[in-house]
Design a protein around this ligand. Structure first.
Ligand code: G3P
Ligand code: MG
Length: 250
């Protein structure tokens, strides 16, 4: 991907694909989002034991697969072939697998999709954080030039590490409302961010305006009501993460 220049158009991010119609974070969910006209998807990334980045939201496999336990106990990417990431959602998705970031990159290139890559967890210490960010950057290097990427995380150390080592990628700092302290501008600057990604709950017009006045794009999560999405975008939010991208695009 080329150097990302934030455009600040209203962006609908298909959150984990289209998770109401296909199992979240699978090829089926992202393909469906593309079929419905999405141009941006959101997804969650972490690394397994051998350092391969994979696409999964939780640290545990339990909720979204037929396996139990932590993803850190998966030794190699080959083991992903034995994990069913679709049956929990509906029997017709039994062939869906937990995919690698490399497989997602192939899909982004093929379907001409842009992606918000949310880096998860940061549970394994500084050395693994470097393995994590370098492995993600190395996968993303295979993207076509015209693909756009935002790297986001709730973990500010992850974002600072990513930005220091791979400054060519746009950064978005994720915030839960309760954790949005008055030091946000310092955090955004230290992370090299172009975007702030605040939680929807309690977000006000004044706050959106303050973020925009400071020069940042504002992408809000997770907005599943059309009226609220319109309100936020009218206030100057640059995008919304939504589980109903198909309905908001229409
Ligand atoms: O990236 C926006 C949103 O996905 C953050 O929360 O828990 O859905 O990954 P979560
Ligand atoms: Mg996410």
């Amino acid at each position: 991907a080329t150097q990302h220049v934030p455009t600040f158009n209203s962006t609908i991010f298909a959150h984990r694909g289209l998770p109401s119609r296909a199992p979240e974070n699978t090829l089926a969910a992202f393909d469906l989002a593309a079929d419905e006209g999405a141009t941006w998807i959101e997804t969650d990334v972490d690394i397994i034991a051998d350092g391969t980045p994979i696409i999964i939201h939780d640290t545990a496999l339990d909720r979204t697969t037929d396996h139990r336990g932590k993803l850190y106990d998966i030794a190699t990417a080959e083991e992903l072939a034995g994990i069913d990431a679709g049956s929990w959602f509906a029997p017709e998705f039994a062939s869906e697998r937990v995919i690698t970031l490399d497989a997602l990159v192939d899909l982004l290139n093929r379907r001409k999709l842009n992606a918000n890559i949310e880096i998860k967890a940061n549970e394994q210490g500084a050395e693994r954080t470097i393995v994590l960010v370098d492995a993600i950057a190395s996968s993303l290097a295979r993207l076509d030039d015209e693909r756009e990427i935002i790297i986001s995380s709730f973990s500010q150390p992850v974002l600072m590490t990513f930005h220091a080592r791979h400054p060519e990628y746009a950064i978005g700092v994720l915030y839960e409302t309760a954790a949005l302290y008055d030091d946000w501008l310092s955090v955004l600057e230290l992370c090299g961010a172009s975007y702030i990604h605040p939680e929807d709950a309690g977000l006000t017009r004044e706050r959106v305006q303050a973020f925009r006045d400071a020069g940042y794009g504002v992408n809000v999560w997770t907005v599943d009501a059309r009226d609220r999405a319109n309100e936020l975008l009218n206030w100057g939010a640059t995008g919304v993460f939504t589980n109903i991208a198909d309905q908001l695009i229409r």
